[in-house]
Write a protein that binds this ligand. Structure first.
Ligand code: AMP
Ligand code: ZN
Length: 469
């Protein structure tokens, strides 16, 4: 598989330390609020990547952290802890907030068919591991104490900016949101490993450490959790593009300084979901959640399809009009799958040929939109329905659109005797006649009448199907 690597800035052949095995790490959510659908775009695309690697025969071990302490309002170690902010907002404790939003996150993931990682580890579970890491960094001179906090000394590295050359403006990330810069830092790019004396709001959760009572910085959490569960090397590390700097850059700095050798081979970054007014983000106040989409009548999986229709390395603009289109496409897709019969036996040659096209699309830097095209090619293919159904089931192991299940549900719905079914069928037949006679006004009138009765019509290649709204 060729996969773009942010570290080399090229599409590399995906290679792992141990043949056939992938050690995969994903930056998990900061659980101070609901995930917005932008966050979930990243998790959907990472889920497709994980599922495709498994589909390709790899054994994958995937680890995700839950950030429940230490992620300050600015990624550059300034501002209030996001968790504390959430707790104040809802007048609850930090742990109550963490539990509530961790569950909400996995509920959303379930609705979007995002598989739960093999290991999910809250940062607050790993304080001894973080202390161990920081202690060694101090012993080896990569870290220093100043003003009560422990900082990583970026000047000790040959190369700090590993992803690309950032300029001064990018560094402003450390001092944005009107928060004063941290004078304890020897270098502008240094970052906090352990806080004991944050100048900012007091922390609810604190632990004993050799440097006084305090709490870990956000970046050290991902290095610590990854090393705890996946060992000294990683094959694949994922996150949204905003994580590349400073978060992932700092993870690499401290992990490699600690380990004394290169750490992760491959860095996978998903570009942002934007609205017409820019990046979707929680700090802006208003953001869209899966529950909100559901309240508006959308199937969460139509949002998944919307994400799959574009490449993960392009930013994606969200609008309800775009989502309407995805929902329509999704419904039509389900109707087409539902119309396939279950008879016949799988034609192995046709199966292999069509599957090869699907794999080819994803082998080329996870081109999900071409993979969707390969799915349509199956529906159009000159082969029997049994082969088509088998291929759709196979592709859906990666796409995660529940196509066969939804199609079965649609068919079951139509098989249930509905009161007045005969009358409905007669009206549909009359509408078909009206359409044949090009009497569009009459056809529309009948559709509207049926709609008023709570019956929804769907034009499928096999004729008109109907369901109760
Ligand atoms: P957070 O919960 O803020 O730590 O973010 C969780 C994940 O969502 C991280 O991988 C972020 O990089 C990613 N992310 C944040 N905003 C967006 C966005 N608008 N579109 C896509 N991914 C995002
Ligand atoms: Zn992380």
């Amino acid at each position: 598989m060729k996969l773009y690597n942010s570290l080399t800035r090229t599409k590399d052949e995906f290679e792992t330390h141990e043949p056939g095995k992938v050690k995969m790490y994903t930056c998990g959510p900061t659980v101070y609020h609901f995930a917005h659908i932008g966050n979930l775009r990243s998790y959907i695309m990472e889920d497709v990547l994980e599922k495709f690697l498994r589909y390709d025969g790899y054994e994958v071990k995937r680890v995700m952290n839950i950030t429940d302490v230490g992620h300050l309002s600015s990624d550059g170690d300034t501002g209030e802890d996001k968790m504390l902010k959430g707790a104040k907002r809802e007048q609850k404790t930090v742990m109550q907030i963490a539990e509530f939003y961790t569950n909400a996150f996995f509920d959303d993931c379930k609705k979007l068919n995002i598989k739960r990682p093999d290991v999910v580890e809250p940062a607050t579970n790993c304080i001894p591991e973080f202390i161990e890491l920081v202690s060694k960094l101090l012993d080896t001179g990569y870290a220093y104490e100043a003003g009560g906090n422990i900082y990583f000394d970026t000047s000790k590295l040959q190369q700090y900016y590993v992803f690309h050359n950032f300029d001064e403006e990018d560094l402003a990330v450390g001092v944005r949101e009107g928060v004063e810069a941290d004078d304890n830092k020897r270098n502008k790019t240094d970052f906090v490993l352990w806080f004991t004396k944050s100048k900012f709001d007091d922390q609810e959760l604190k632990w004993e450490s050799p440097w006084g009572i305090g709490y870990p910085g956000w970046h050290i959490e991902c290095s610590g959790i990854s090393i705890k569960h996946l060992g000294d090397t990683l094959d694949l590390h994922c996150g949204g593009i905003d994580n590349a700097f400073p978060h992932h850059t700092n993870e690499i700095a401290q992990s490699e300084a600690y380990l004394g050798h290169p750490w992760c081979k491959h860095w996978f970054h998903v570009l942002h979901l934007n609205t017409s007014s820019g990046k979707m983000s929680k700090s802006k106040g208003e953001f869209l959640t899966v529950s909100l989409l559901e309240e508006k009548g959308y199937d969460p999986l139509s949002y998944r399809l919307f994400c799959l229709q574009s490449h993960y390395r392009k930013s994606l603009v969200f609008s309800f009009e775009n989502l309407d289109n995805a929902q329509q496409t999704y419904n039509k897709l389900i109707a087409r799958v539902a119309a396939l019969s279950e008879e016949g036996t799988v034609d192995e040659a046709a199966f292999a040929e069509l599957k090869a096209k699907f794999k080819e699309a994803l082998d080329n830097d996870l081109n999900t939109s071409l993979a969707i095209t390969a799915l349509y090619d199956v529906l159009k293919a000159d082969t029997n329905d049994a082969t088509k159904r088998a291929l759709i089931g196979s592709f859906d192991e990666v796409l995660g659109l529940s196509l066969l299940e939804k199609a079965a549900a649609l068919n079951a719905q139509q098989d249930v005797p509905v009161e007045g079914a005969e009358e409905i069928e007669a009206m549909i037949a009359a509408r078909t006649e009206a359409k044949k006679a090009k009497n569009w006004a009459e056809a529309d009138r009948i559709r509207d009448e049926l709609k008023a009765m709570g019956i929804i019509l769907e034009d499928t290649p096999q004729g008109v199907k109907w369901k109760k709204a």
